[in-house]
Design a protein around this ligand. Structure first.
Ligand SMILES: Cc1cc2nc3c(=O)[nH]c(=O)nc-3n(C[C@H](O)[C@H](O)[C@H](O)COP(=O)(O)OP(=O)(O)OC[C@H]3O[C@@H](n4cnc5c(N)ncnc54)[C@H](O)[C@@H]3O)c2cc1C
Length: 919
């Protein structure tokens, strides 16, 4: 295209007039005309607010306009929230306001003074009526320029569900205020602030049900103004509401993928909208003008200039638009939050973007933060990476945290890399990467449409099928926070999880639906249960197929950052109430850069099969992070991990890498059918979570040619930080330090242990959870600065670490310290013992003793003689005082979901409740 000679600007709002001013100043040779349908001095609406940052941008970019506009502005430093139960002031939330008409008049006069031709009262019906090298669509939400070429601009337009009407009033308010009121037909919110000494904006908002209950749809502007005056009588103190095109509307959510089409270019409300609650629409429009005119002035070729405008401006605008959409979504459920104590309501409001943590709040609104903490607000958790950027571990593996702003990219990167490759397979179905990503996009879109806000938790109570990765990655990409729950959670604990997470949506496997009883839902915020892999049965339930119906198969990534909250898992609760372990967006990538790259070393031809479920951090890394990071395949097997089912899955889906734990390898090696099974696909097997004995190692090696490679990790660090390797395995050792992590041992008096001396292990690395949700006491115990206190005792030899037990697990028997795990290991080596648990047991006189609960091998008989033989065995191998005084035999030991012996359940069960006690 030739050099720009003439421009038509359609629309005389802030975007159109400001563009004309800048064009006239920066490109005086261009022939320029603005066309506006309204008469001179007329427009819709009342005042608009600018945040402090918005004014800063204007001052930096165009001090002249800034100096013209600011004298006409009203300013304040605080925001006030009025609730039925009291008032909260949010200090430091600074805004300024100006009348919309006043702003437009300032811009018009300036444009005219510069010689811009403006045609008023001229409605353009067709773009054929405009004739220039370039047509600038500054024609607002209903843009004719955009509507003339919807496909070319890639338009996405829908509406938020709330209804609002924009009124004015002569009552001046002190600060930007939001007043929330409840009526017998529903709740209302008014956003009100003065924009002139004697005039305020007054926007009234309510949800669809309230809108219908009041019958606003059938009322004229004046009638609804009178009704709203009554609803807000206390706030207005008798002042009437003034109307100016104040019909009820639903706020549009508009975004265009392309901002340029041929010689047409869009800006301002014509190309995107930003909900009024963040006061940014006008600022965005004016910033668009600056970007557009700068691009035009700095390129000789118009096409290049327009391409540069879109490339530079679109990503910046997207961030603000996303923030505005998140904010708008918050308002869709304000009514349900109004019963919170005012300070909690205010906290929920101010943290609605999911990006403000306690520390930032303290800086931003110190008085409110102090009040919130003093009144014992629900959540004073700091969400930030606890580990400094340049710790040695990160430098060692060259980890660039900034590159990991949203963990869904681990999956999405495969869209270009290998879309047709199988991503997931297994008894529940097979999906290619392209299919899985499309499915994940539908989940993300469906969660967004369901009205969730950024950072809001979603409870996942599902089994390992393709639904899991689809829903997980869709949720995190859309900015929500999946909470991966153990599907064996008992009802009372599930109720606690739902309350703790505040989840409004849960995903539940069809086969587990009965768990969501009325008791489980009591006191929770749960509104919807999406049923995976089956039909909905009850009132709050929706089948996933219906939930996803009609949703797009593409999904833009929310503007999260590497340190934003991404997902949670709960601790097993082996030492008290389970704790919500919060992980950040960069954490998955860190486990791949450390354990994945340096120990596991998958190739894209690998097929991974994790028997431990996805809701365990170990299973999550095995099934998602590592295979998806390099475009390999993952096998997902739902149902109980019984030996036969696991062997069947190996034979059918031919994994190359198996992930299990010693209990699993034991049961597989001992399964009756194992010799007939084809395990030849396996090239590597990994083991974690329990100490691996020589026995099990050898048994598995005899079957597959390789023993399981043992490592140790934790949910707090997301995956493994100590590991053996395929080529260097020290039996009995949890392994050596995984590159990327630092390990230190500490004696009880805080010193570095001498050679061969044991110490409690601390670990540091960037996958570290910053906090336990809402548990400052427990957070302080475990998250010590940027180190995680593991509570595990180790001895280090030649860089390999040998587990010695828990720091708090030593018990005193007959005046001497005994470590029950040592006795357990000894008993496990007895040829008659299948498996056992040895625990401390408090006797009636409060003395401690040792209790062994044993499952014998097939064909071995439980008898008093057998107990004596086992006691004698321990005495012969360990110091004699370490023998178990109580010996019980059972046919089955209680297990956790991963198949680990559930020591808590064993300890909690009185002798009579364990099965078949013989001696
Ligand atoms: C209730 C509410 C409150 C808001 N509060 C704020 C706030 O506090 N702060 C803030 O920054 N933003 C706020 N906004 C958003 C803000 O008003 C817009 O983002 C801003 O006006 C966008 O400017 P614009 O120039 O792109 O579009 P507009 O202001 O809509 O201007 C478009 C112009 O084009 C004209 N036009 C359209 N079609 C034609 C045609 N075919 N022929 C001739 N002329 C035409 C229109 O008459 C109009 O004058 C609010 C919006 C609403 C709805």
């Amino acid at each position: 295209m030739k050099k720009l000679a003439s421009v038509e600007v359609l629309g005389g709002g802030p975007a159109g007039l400001y563009t004309a001013i800048l064009l006239r100043r920066m490109m005086p040779h261009v022939r320029l005309r603005v066309t506006e349908q309204n008469a001179k001095g007329a427009t819709f609406g009342f005042g608009v607010v600018f945040s402090d940052q918005a004014l800063d941008f204007l001052k930096a970019d165009d001090p002249e306009t800034h100096d013209l506009v600011t004298p006409a502005m009203e300013r304040w430093r605080n925001m006030t929230l009025n609730l039925p139960a009291g008032q909260v002031v949010l200090d430091g939330v600074g805004f300024s306001a100006v009348g919309r008409l006043e702003l437009i008049e300032i811009l018009r006069k300036r444009a005219e003074a510069l010689g811009v031709e403006i045609r008023f009262s001229q409605h353009i019906e067709s773009l054929d009526d405009l004739d220039a090298d370039l047509i600038i669509g500054a024609d607002g939400l209903n843009s004719l320029v955009r509507r003339s070429n919807e496909t070319g601009f890639g338009v996405h337009l829908d509406h938020f569900s709330n209804h609002f009407a924009w009124f004015g009033t002569e009552r001046p308010f002190d600060t930007l205020t939001q007043t929330f009121v409840k009526t017998d037909k529903g709740a209302f919110n008014a956003h009100h602030y003065r924009f002139q000494p004697d005039r305020s904006t007054f926007i009234v908002e309510c949800d669809e049900a309230t809108f219908k209950a009041y019958g606003f749809a059938g009322m004229g502007e004046e009638e609804s103004a009178r009704l709203c005056e009554g609803i807000f009588a206390d706030t207005l103190e008798g002042a009437p509401l003034i109307t100016n095109k104040s019909m009820w509307r639903q706020f549009p959510r508009l975004w265009c993928d392309k901002w340029v089409s041929g010689r047409h270019v869009l800006l301002g409300d014509a190309v995107h909208t930003a909900h009024f609650s963040i006061g940014s629409g006008t600022r965005l429009a004016m910033e668009d003008s600056i970007a557009l005119v700068r691009a035009l002035a700095s390129h000789d070729d118009v096409d290049e200039a327009l391409a540069a405008y879109q490339a530079e401006r679109q990503p910046i605008a997207k961030k603000i638009v996303d923030a505005a959409n998140t904010s708008a979504t918050w308002y869709e459920s304000f009514a349900s939050k109004m019963d919170l104590p005012p300070v909690d309501f205010a906290f929920d409001y101010i943290t609605r973007s999911g990006r403000i943590d306690m520390e930032r709040l303290r800086r931003m609104a110190p008085e409110f933060a102090a009040r919130y903490e003093a009144e014992g607000g629900r959540q004073s958790t700091v969400i930030a990476d606890p580990v400094a950027p340049h710790v040695p571990g990160a430098a060692e593996i060259g980890f660039d945290k900034a590159a990991h702003g949203n963990c869904s990219n681990i999956l999405w990167d495969n869209l270009e890399r290998n879309p047709r490759k199988i991503a997931v397979t297994g008894p529940a179905g097979t999906l290619t990467y392209a299919d899985l990503i499309a499915e994940a996009a539908r989940w993300g879109n469906a969660f967004t449409t369901a009205g969730l806000q950024r950072g809001e938790r979603i409870a996942f109570f599902i089994d390992d099928t393709p639904v899991y990765p689809a829903a997980f990655f869709g949720a995190v990409r859309a900015g929500f926070v999946p909470v991966l729950l153990n599907t064996q959670t008992p009802p009372d604990v599930l109720n606690y999880f739902l309350q703790d997470t505040g989840a409004r949506i849960a995903l539940c496997e069809a086969t587990f639906l009965d768990v969501f009883s009325d008791d489980v839902l009591k006191g929770t915020s749960l509104k919807t249960i999406v049923v995976a892999n089956g039909a909905a049965k009850g009132e709050k339930q929706r089948a996933a197929s219906e939930f996803l119906d009609g949703h797009a198969t593409t999904l833009a990534c929310a503007s999260t950052g590497p340190d934003d909250m991404a997902f949670w898992m709960y601790s097993s609760g082996s030492t008290g109430r389970p704790k919500g372990i919060v992980h950040l967006h960069h954490d998955m990538a860190y486990t791949q850069a450390s354990f994945g790259r340096h120990v596991l070393k998958l190739t894209e031809d690998d097929i991974c099969f994790s028997v431990p479920k996805i809701f365990f951090a170990y299973g999550f890394g095995n099934a998602f992070t590592f295979p998806f990071s390099i475009g390999a395949t993952t096998v997902l097997m739902p149902g109980q991990p019984r030996a036969d089912a696991v062997l069947e899955t190996i034979e059918t889906f031919r994994p190359t890498v198996l992930f299990g734990l010693p209990t699993l390898y034991t049961s597989l090696a001992r399964a009756e059918s194992v010799k007939r099974r084809d395990l030849s696909s396996l090239r590597q097997s990994m083991s974690a979570a329990e100490v691996l004995s020589q026995d099990i190692y050898e048994a598995w090696k005899a079957l597959t040619g390789h023993g399981p490679t043992e490592g140790l990790g934790s949910t707090e660090l997301l995956h493994i930080y100590l590991s053996n390797s395929l080529t260097d395995h020290r039996i009995g050792s949890a392994g050596a330090r995984v590159p990327g992590y630092e390990i230190r041992l500490e004696t009880p008096d805080g010193k570095v242990p001498d050679a061969g001396e044991e110490g409690v292990m601390f670990v540091r690395g960037h996958s570290s959870a910053p906090t336990y949700w809402n548990r400052p006491d427990k957070t302080r115990e475990t998250m010590r600065g940027d180190w995680i206190y593991t509570g595990d005792r180790f001895i280090e030899k030649d860089g390999y670490y040998f587990f010695q037990g828990r720091a708090d697990e030593l018990i005193k028997v007959s005046g001497q310290w005994v470590w029950p795990l040592e006795v357990e290991r000894c008993l496990n080596e007895h040829p008659d013992v299948h498996e056992c648990a040895v625990l401390g047991h408090q006797m009636e006189d409060r003395r401690m003793t040792l209790r062994a609960v044993i499952r014998l091998r097939e064909g071995k008989e439980a008898s008093p003689a057998q107990s004596d033989a086992l006691r004698a065995y321990v005495k012969s191998r360990l110091q004699p005082y370490k023998y178990p005084r109580i010996v019980e035999f059972v046919t089955e030991l209680p297990k956790t979901g991963t198949g680990k012996i559930d020591r808590q359940a064993v300890a909690a069960a009185p002798v009579s409740e364990l099965e078949q006690i013989v001696a």
